[in-house]
Design a protein around this ligand. Sequence first.
Ligand code: G6P
Length: 370
Amino acid sequence: ITAEKAGYDHFMLKEIYEQPKAYRDTMMGRIAEDGRSIQLSELGMTQEQVKEIRRIHIVACGTAYHAGLVGKSVIEQLARIPVETDVASEYRYRNPIITPDTLVIVVSQSGETADTLAALREARRCGARVLAITNVVGSSVAREADAVLTTWAGPEIAVASTKAYSSQLIAFYLVGLYLAQELGTRDEAAIAEVASALLALPEQVESLLAQADALKAIAEKLARHNSLFFIGRGLDFAVAQEGSLKLKEISYIHSEAYPAGELKHGTLALIEEGTPAIALVTQEELAEKTLSNIKEMKARGAHVLAVTNESNLQEVAKSVDEQFAIPNTLPILTPALSVVPLQLVAYYASLALGHDVDKPRNLAKSVTVE
Ligand code: G6P
């Protein structure tokens, strides 16, 4: 077993550290050599067929659903096609409008999740084209979909998903760019700009991993609390939801992810002296607004850790108690970096509390009942 963990204490930690490789492998062969175009023949769609897509539905469960929240924003921004993201167990029963010009993207690490598989079948029954983003070649979801985009994260053993989630983000960047390229919503220079920033991500993740000790210290302090908040706006809110889930899954500490601007409409009532909060502030355009929400929380006694990008660090540091910087990248790509410190905080909090990191109570790696 020690050999399987390659010297790491837990599979989760090993898998967190495998993310640079997972990113590289998922991008390999899909970004053209010259970095100016995206090649996704796996989608099996002609340019004409891409032009016929009127809407996209992203359907998944758990962590894969959270990747889908990022995917929605990425595809809408790049390709300007309307996207909805649903939890699979809700999608099936809400009588969704699925037409033959709908592209349904199901996301599943295992490719075996019962609710996701049922949603896929429903979508196909309605005549939609189904693309599966999955980590397991030959899985049920892969076999039944019209097209498969494999995330090459490699086997994920820990119940709490890390490298599968972040590789799903990479898959969404590739899909968004590909659609943009085929539809002409982004020109070659714009595609090349995002592609080159994508290619820089693995090394940037390595630089984050090198700072794990700082996050360990932060996590050990957080582990003394019963409840905390994650806040953010836009893509930061999507990542906040994943950070909150990760912490809950393995540390059993209650947390809530909230859109930063929505706090004042109810949840601010829960902030007391010392309530910890993790604020994601990576979106330059929204930073000022989020900072004013942080000030509202701090005025009620919250202890705030900000995860922000290097270029914002000095400004943000003035308003928070602690800060952690991710390397600068394009605003659309920050989730692929900002999730890493949140994974490490969850890991070290669970460790500090003495829980079974890889096998949290009540949870299964893959849920094959509805
Ligand atoms: C289970 C796992 C989660 C996972 C979800 C969806 O609940 O514990 O970590 O996100 O299933 O799994 P999938 O394999 O479809 O991505």
